[in-house]
Ligand binder design. Structure first.
Ligand code: ZN
Length: 55
């Protein structure tokens, strides 16, 4: 299941909120997260990679 890069939620691929950025499709839980990502994609992508595991 894809992960919303803005809030970190797992999102089903059936959601209408998605964006293809640099050839990769990202999925979002809501329109707000999609808009956030669009405003600064690089920030959210680098944050996503650095995010430590919380388990
Ligand atoms: Zn979200």
């Amino acid at each position: 299941m894809p992960k919303d890069p803005v809030c970190g939620m797992n999102v089903p691929e059936t959601v209408p909120y998605k964006l293809t950025y640099k050839g990769v499709t990202y999925y979002f839980c809501c329109e707000d997260c999609l808009e956030e990502f669009k405003s600064d994609p690089e920030y959210y992508l680098s944050r996503m990679q650095k995010e430590p595991h919380k388990h």
